[in-house]
Design a protein around this ligand. Structure first.
Ligand code: SF4
Length: 467
């Protein structure tokens, strides 16, 4: 089982930046070989003082952007979180759902409400959901599995949810097996902070067990969930320590279990109604972009996720330098999409029940249009998961440089579905121009021709075509 070498990580977090530009250039060149970096090398990059040495920071960001484009192309995968219950027995200082929060009226969605919320998410154009829930006896694994079944069975017009990723509390191997059997995509769990004294100070309840949290991915793996995501809540402790600990954990998983994390998420602390905690270790925008770039260069084949906690401006920059998946038009409370909370007279939901505040309030349509204008390609693809290209199989494809041949045309096809079914006229126009541009970027004529044929089939009414 993974144990963190705290003194090693603390020492590395205190390293000075590389003394010469030449050494920095050499290290960045090494990163472009796509073999990852040692913890010490990552620490040297984290030590760059972006405020006083913006030229070095820029070099780092540009290199991360290049690596991202080499591996992932210009695709950006979209999803929506779905909160099914804000009941929680834990008392996490930074979270609006903490059990001391008396001003909150708790909601646990019925299966009808899960269907209603899912319908709203489908009508926004999404094909992926990230299911979220507090930890509570009411939110049993069977309840979560029922909700997943409900989500998969909900159809609205041409739309449906094709992949449900799950972010629920650390649990047992038996419970993880149930998630595996029901057919989830990625199982996400964030350590929140790897710094044990801080972890123990900020948590009360079952989640306060640091060991239960830090070993959860291994239990999930043992249950067959080889597609897992990790993360840290930045702002709880020194960001350099957190990044290096996260990289150390990811490396341990790859070396011990043969598969590294499918995704790493980079949430930054945001205030929430009922939360008095304020960050002792705030992460500035410059530091935030730097840490995304360092993770990108250190773990080249791991997807990276950013949420709507961040502003449109920061998200735009983050898309360029490392992020491959993003939430869009999120609500962070149960019934947040439909507003149909019977406890709240259908009106005020989302005002007091948020897990945290959001900084990006744009619609999916607006976000999609902006992504296109950024010379990027919005994707609603779920093909790898449904073709069983997960875990080691996915990593082998990615490392051989072969995901472009599948993911790029699949992104075009799923984006076409979005344009046909959900886009405004303005976005449709921008989106069609994006598809024309992206077709030209398909590397082989054969794949280009087949993609064109499938685009026509989508125009004629077919859906769910993928390579
Ligand atoms: S972070 Fe999770 S476990 Fe902690 S209070 Fe919030 S919902 Fe509960």
């Amino acid at each position: 089982m993974f144990t963190l070498d705290t003194s090693l990580i603390s020492n590395l977090a205190g390293l000075s930046p590389l003394a010469s530009e030449f050494d920095l250039d050499l290290l960045l060149l090494k990163a472009l070989e796509k073999k990852g970096l040692s913890l010490e090398e990552s620490a040297k990059l984290l030590a760059i003082d972006g405020k006083n040495n913006p030229a070095q920071l820029e070099k780092l960001l540009q290199t991360a952007g290049k690596l991202k484009r080499d591996i992932y192309g210009n695709r950006l995968v979209l999803f929506a979180p779905l909160y099914i219950s804000d009941y929680c027995v834990n008392d996490c200082e930074y979270c609006g759902f903490h059990c001391r929060n008396q001003q909150m009226k708790r909601t646990r969605l019925t299966q009808d409400q899960v269907r209603l919320e899912t319908g709203h998410i489908i009508r926004m154009g999404h094909k992926r959901i990230l299911l979220e829930s507090g930890e509570h006896p009411e939110n049993s694994i069977d309840y979560v599995c029922d909700a997943i079944k409900t989500i998969y069975s909900t159809k609205v017009g041409n739309g449906e949810i094709r992949r449900v990723n799950v972010n629920i509390a650390a649990t047992s191997i038996d419970n993880y097996r149930k998630l595996k059997d029901i057919g989830i995509g990625t199982y996400q769990l964030f350590q929140e902070t790897y710094h044990k004294p801080t972890y123990e100070r900020l948590h009360k309840g079952p989640k306060a067990d640091y060991s239960r949290q830090i070993t959860a991915h291994e239990r999930a793996f043992e249950a067959g969930l080889d597609d897992y995501g990790m993360g840290v809540l930045f702002g709880l402790y020194d960001y350099k320590f957190e990044v290096l600990a996260l990289l150390s954990h990811a490396r341990y998983m790859e070396e011990t279990h043969g598969v590294g994390p499918h995704t790493i998420s980079v949430p930054r602390f945001q205030p929430a109604p009922g939360v008095v905690y304020s960050s002792d270790f705030p992460v500035s925008d410059v530091e935030f972009l730097k840490l995304i770039a360092v993770i990108r260069l250190s773990l080249p084949y791991t997807g990276m996720i950013i949420s709507t906690r961040e502003s449109p401006e920061i998200r735009k920059k983050a898309f360029e330098i490392g992020i491959s998946q993003t939430s869009a038009a999120s609500k962070t409370s149960p019934c947040g999409y439909s507003g149909a909370n019977p406890l709240d007279n259908g009106g005020n939901i989302g005002q007091t029940n948020k897990q945290f505040e959001l900084s990006d309030h744009r619609s999916v349509d607006e976000i999609v249009e902006n992504i296109c204008s950024q010379d990027m390609l919005p994707s609603f693809c779920t093909a790898c998961y449904r073709s069983k290209r997960t875990g080691e199989t996915f990593m082998k494809l990615a490392k051989a440089g072969n995901i472009h041949y599948l993911c790029h045309p699949n992104a075009i096809l799923t984006f076409k579905e979005f344009l046909e079914d959900y886009a405004t006229e303005k976005t449709k126009k921008t989106g069609e121009a994006t598809i024309t541009r992206e077709l030209e970027r398909i590397e082989t004529d054969e794949r280009k021709q087949e993609t064109k044929i499938r685009l026509k089939r989508i125009e004629d009414g077919e859906r769910d075509l993928f390579f």
